[in-house]
Design a protein around this ligand. Structure first.
Ligand SMILES: NC(=O)c1ccc[n+]([C@@H]2O[C@H](COP(=O)([O-])OP(=O)(O)OC[C@H]3O[C@@H](n4cnc5c(N)ncnc54)[C@H](O)[C@@H]3O)[C@@H](O)[C@H]2O)c1
Length: 373
């Protein structure tokens, strides 16, 4: 394939996440041709197209999907629209990047993965943190045997985004304030976390989880005043991996700390590692390593070539990780490289999230083989 060929990119959704993550990523990579942005609020699409150098705008997804110069469709719209828009893009024969979660049920997410396979199209999920230089290094250390047999895997995604009840909640609501707990931190944060744990330490066998609501009344985006919203703002789970490794997961909307609030610890037979993706004093992430014979954790500095050109560990995390995602994804399509982080991975993540919720509701261990696939 020609080194000068560029990938025609079309983005659906022109709001906060597109502005801070996706669009800077495509704009910074010379192998992306910025063809179109579409938003049902056309002035948003126009403003961001102008700012990030996209050629044209649409207000209707169907029109953008019919544009022959859009080869890859990026779905960056609200969660409830993902399945329909990603499905329509696949049906139109386009490769698709879709924000997580792919659908409102794991069964629908598996359906999208099957559709992509039938069509022979490539897919990618917005699992932002797979594109962290620190976590890519951890993955390498697992694959090359540096870490040895994995014993314990701890995955946390916790920050205090929703500690203040006046900070408006979005995407989660309920008409029944006394009804069952609405899965929230385990969906919004947990979908990333379970994907990272599966990517690093392999498939899950079973899970036992506890979800809880700590802040009973909150503001909800678009609604007046404080109202009772029984979301899970904290979830903790014990995880049994197929390999025999033991895992601990915690997601929290209210644990004090900064964005994005990911911490992964892996304790192996030879080496233990701690990767913290928590922006502190301008630094996006840190990586520490200890060896069996030298048990104090030491910082690991990664070389400049581990970060996308023009970035370093001080680049704001949204842009840092999406610039890497945009490069990896574009190269995968143009160079026909191995598929990674596909819709099947998105569906497997969703299956585990559903298993966590079922485990909590039925107060028991749930085996992943019980879950729809
Ligand atoms: N991967 C991550 O780390 C991460 C972080 C933040 C948000 N997200 C996800 O990214 C997505 C977008 O987040 P956001 O905060 O920008 O959402 P948002 O609701 O602020 O913006 C979504 C935009 O999509 C537009 N839109 C809605 N339906 C559309 C349609 N049918 N066609 C075209 N445009 C349409 C809306 O008008 C709006 O401008 C969400 O699914 C969110 O969960 C992912």
């Amino acid at each position: 394939m020609s080194a000068t060929r560029r990938l025609g990119v079309g983005v659906l959704g022109a709001h906060a996440w597109a502005e801070h993550a996706h669009l800077p990523g495509f704009a910074a990579y010379e192998r992306c041709r910025r063809v179109a942005i579409c938003d049902v609020v056309p002035e948003r699409a126009r403003a961001l197209a102008e700012r990030f150098g996209f050629e044209r705008v649409y207000a209707d997804a169907r029109e953008m999907l019919a544009d022959p110069e859009v080869e890859m469709v990026d779905v960056c719209t609200p969660t409830g629209t993902h399945r329909e828009l990603a499905g329509a893009a696949l049906a139109a024969g386009r490769h698709v990047l879709c924000e997580k979660p792919l659908a409102l049920s794991a069964a629908d997410a598996f359906g999208l993965a099957r559709l992509a396979a039938e069509k022979g199209l490539r897919t990618k999920v917005g699992f932002t943190f797979r594109y962290s230089a620190a976590l890519k290094q951890v993955k390498r250390w697992i694959e090359d045997g540096t870490i040895g047999e994995i014993f314990h895997v701890h995955g946390f995604q916790q920050n205090s985004q929703f500690l203040d009840p006046n900070f408006p909640l979005r995407q989660y609501d309920t008409e029944d304030p006394d009804g069952p707990l609405v899965p929230a931190s385990i969906v919004g944060y947990g979908s990333h976390l379970v994907d990272l744990l599966r990517w690093l330490a392999g498939d899950f066998r079973a899970v036992s989880a506890l979800m809880r609501n700590f802040v009973p009344e909150r503001m909800v985006r678009g609604k007046e005043g404080l109202r009772r919203v029984p979301i899970d703002d904290g979830t903790v789970a014990a995880v049994d991996f197929r390999s025999g490794a033991q895992g601990v997961i915690q997601t929290s909307f209210i644990a004090i700390g900064n964005y994005p609030g990911i911490e992964i610890r892996i304790y192996g037979s030879k080496v233990a590692v701690v990767a913290r993706l928590v922006t502190e004093f301008g630094v996006a992430e840190t990586l520490h390593l200890a060896r069996a014979g030298e048990v104090e954790f030491r910082p690991v500095e990664l070389s400049a070539d581990r970060y996308p050109p023009g970035t370093d560990v001080r680049t704001p995390w949204r842009e840092l990780y999406y610039r890497q995602l945009a490069r990896d994804w574009t190269d995968e399509i143009l160079d026909e490289g191995p598929a990674e982080n596909t819709f099947l991975d998105g569906a497997m993540s969703q299956q585990m999230v559903d298993a966590v919720v079922l485990s909590h509701r039925e107060r028991r261990w749930v085996d992943l083989s019980e879950m729809p696939s």
